[in-house]
Write a protein that binds this ligand. Structure first.
Ligand SMILES: C[S@@+](CC[C@H](N)C(=O)[O-])C[C@H]1O[C@@H](n2cnc3c(N)ncnc32)[C@H](O)[C@@H]1O
Length: 192
């Protein structure tokens, strides 16, 4: 078994047994498509992944990764959407079982095209109030190594720490022996 030392990998490991065939799930930040591929494998053959990115390049990369893993372009179990995640409600036809975020910018791509707190908050507000199934999960990989990421992470941590513990389980996972700016993983579970 591969040792886990990357929080993005840990997010997938934690969600693996908690997503089932038939679920509706979302990759909020498609990028190179690795989370989209993971989610797609879990929800087949009757579920669906809605995946968002604001860059055409991300759609292209994700399509390539999916096709290399057996997806056919006409297969409706994945929808690759060139739009901001803040508009996800237009595409969610039932409550979501899992939502994955990997924040920041796509390595090797335009650093200006990065996630931002207002957009993330807009998604979280909608999920918290309506769009996440009871027993559903949100995973967020957050980076503070760049200036915008620092602000984004501070706002995000304040937000999740204020979710009521009666209805929400919230965990923050850090690499204890890494630099302070190492990525953090936040897991949110809807309890009721
Ligand atoms: C760190 S990358 C995601 C990596 C990805 N999960 C993977 O497996 O390769 C962050 C992505 O978020 C995208 N992004 C930025 N703002 C966004 C928004 N408002 N809605 C959706 N995606 C956004 C960026 O274009 C970038 O591709």
């Amino acid at each position: 078994m591969t040792p886990i030392y990357r929080v993005a990998q840990l997010a997938q490991e934690l969600l693996y047994n908690r997503i089932n065939a038939g679920d509706l799930v979302m990759d909020a930040t498609m990028g190179n498509g690795y989370d989209t591929l993971f989610l797609w494998k879990r929800v087949q053959p009757t579920g669906k992944v809605i995946a968002f990115d604001v860059q055409q390049h991300a759609i292209y990369q994700t399509k390539k990764v999916l096709i290399n893993n057996g997806w056919k372009e006409q297969d409706p179990t994945v929808e690759l959407i060139l739009d901001s995640h803040s508009h996800f409600a237009k595409y969610a036809y039932k409550p979501l079982k899992a939502v994955m975020f990997n924040l920041g910018y796509l390595p090797g791509s335009d650093k200006e095209v990065s996630t931002s707190w207002p957009g993330i908050k807009c998604v979280l507000d909608q999920l918290v109030h309506h769009y996440l199934e009871v027993g559903g999960y949100i995973s967020i990989v957050s980076y503070s190594g760049h200036e915008e990421g620092k602000t984004e992470q501070t706002e995000l941590l304040t937000y999740v720490r204020n979710l009521t513990s009666k209805s929400w389980g919230v965990m923050e996972i850090i690499r204890s022996n890494a630099v302070e700016s190492a990525p953090k993983l936040i897991i949110i579970v809807r309890k009721e």
